[in-house]
Design a binder for this molecule. Sequence first.
Ligand code: NAD
Ligand code: SER
Length: 315
Amino acid sequence: MTTETILIIGSNGQIGTELAEVLRASYGTDNVVCSDLKKPEITPGPFEIIDIMDREGVYTIIKKYKVTQVYLLAAMLSATAEKNPKFAWDLNMQGLFNILDAAKEGIIKKVYWPSSIAVFGPTTPSVNTPQYTIMEPNTIYGISKQAGERFCEYYFQKYNVDVRSIRYPGLIGYKSAPGGGTTDYAVHIYHEALKNGKYTCFLNEKTTLPMMYMPDALKATISLMEAPAEKVKIRSSYNIAGMSFNPLEITEAIKKHIPNFTIDFAPDFRQAIADSWPQSINDQEARNDWGWKNDFDLQKMTDDMIFNLKKINLF
Ligand code: NAD
Ligand code: SER
């Protein structure tokens, strides 16, 4: 029987929706408490309304359920953050401090906090970007993630806080909608291909970005959280890689299922964000330290996305 009680903060979002399912399957429904700003229509297990900015409210829920681990997913993503930088900084940083401090005070034992490829910037080597390299992010989201990484490592070194983190690439899944990122096009494109047979992309055709299918991201997250502490040698955040592609390449993969699918391009402010990020990621440390290995490439993901979207939405 598990002795862990997990709290997911930001569980209604793209990752939380799916993470809650897999954690509940493995730890038991009642041992995984979901939370977000609003109660969703369907709540298959315990749910609490939490505003991550409300430290006392967060502590009350942690104590109520005797929470041992927190997965902190509440944040503002890259595209939305650029529209409201001050708010994004406050949310992304204060939210993290509230949870790191709870761990420092010993009321929780373990923290998961995701970082992003957005920690890299235009001066970072963009192909096969190493774990340790130049990091000069120029988006408020990237700046908050880089600062967050520094604080995670600081809390580990100074206060022995067991905090673990992954620099996710753009995530793609069929069960939940993305929440305001620059990589969101790679989810929307599947829906539009099935619904309308065409898609207008907000990034240009040459924009290659690191991406990952959600089952791989969930596998990485849980493997890292379940790894023995001595194997977690990086306490800022781990690079992980799945695949890299540009909008033309994903179009070709979709065309294997929908031959008449067409794409055109109308780049907007998100182009500059994407241009500042790497094209591909070197994840050797994650592979060496805790055995990370991806399962999905672009075509395998596309086959699975289209199969499942057809099943769910009856396109
Ligand atoms: P999302 O925007 O889909 O979900 C975030 C959730 O947090 C939402 O349900 C939102 O209601 C909730 N939230 C917002 N403010 C809150 C508050 N004050 N208190 C409580 N909840 C609040 O985001 P996501 O894609 O699920 O991302 C989760 C985490 O993973 C974020 O830290 C994000 O930066 C990181 N990440 C995501 C991706 C990706 O491609 N999805 C890539 C890299 C990193
Ligand atoms: N998918 C995220 C975004 O585009 C990357 O962190 O914001």
